[in-house]
Design a protein. Structure first.
Length: 201
């Protein structure tokens, strides 16, 4: 019986995440996600190249992860990008880019426990990918989410729906795509809404 219980709990958790994704995408059909505000960041280093993600919050201003911004020479839409401000402690950075808009507004309040979230970024160099999950808890200026992510997603946006508008609620900075106590198939970490808002303002 115990051998059956854990797999069944895992399947139930996974199905709940899938259902959350369907619900979020149905909302996005009415109020489209600002996917055009999320861009791929190309990184050049002496040893090669890499990819990250970033989110436009104002004309020429992009939010991303500090470890993306500090990784090497940056370009967005094939044009150079430069660091305006960086905080390595909480892993967040502001970039000056040539891009204008579309842009997104930063949320003023953190997600609620179990609130549905959408992560948009550029994992593994395959193009823009949208994944969904829910907010679990906040710890040490980080949001812990159940939305799947992969290398390349760093610096991408975590979005929540508030009063019919998609708002930027966090910047993805880390991933842990492994079962957590056999119950949660994916865990992602993002800079918290409060830390992001303080950094920007």
């Amino acid at each position: 019986m115990k051998r059956l219980l854990l797999p069944l709990m895992f399947v139930a958790c996974y199905l709940s995440i899938v259902w959350a994704g369907i619900h979020i995408l149905s909302q996005a059909a009415v109020n489209p996600l600002p996917r055009g505000a999320v861009h791929e960041i190309r990184i050049k280093t002496p040893d090669g190249a890499g990819i990250g993600s970033g989110v436009m919050i104002a004309p020429h201003v992009m939010l991303t992860a500090a470890h993306v911004a500090n990784a090497g020479s940056l370009s967005v839409d094939k044009k150079p990008a430069y660091i305006i401000r960086i905080d390595k402690r909480i892993d967040i950075a502001l970039l000056h880019v040539a891009t204008l808009c579309p842009c997104v507004r930063v949320a003023r309040k953190s997600p609620r426990r179990d609130e549905k979230v959408v992560v948009v970024g550029y994992p593994l160099g395959v193009g823009q990918v949208l994944t969904s999950g829910q907010f679990e808890l906040s710890q040490d200026n980080k949001l812990i989410l159940t939305a799947p992510a992969a290398p390349g997603n760093s610096g991408g946006g975590v979005f929540v729906m508030r009063r019919g508008e998609w708002l930027l609620s966090g910047i993805l900075v880390d991933i842990a795509n492994i079962p957590h106590k056999g119950l949660i198939p994916y865990l992602s970490l993002a800079v918290s809404t409060r830390a992001m808002d303080c950094f920007v303002n």
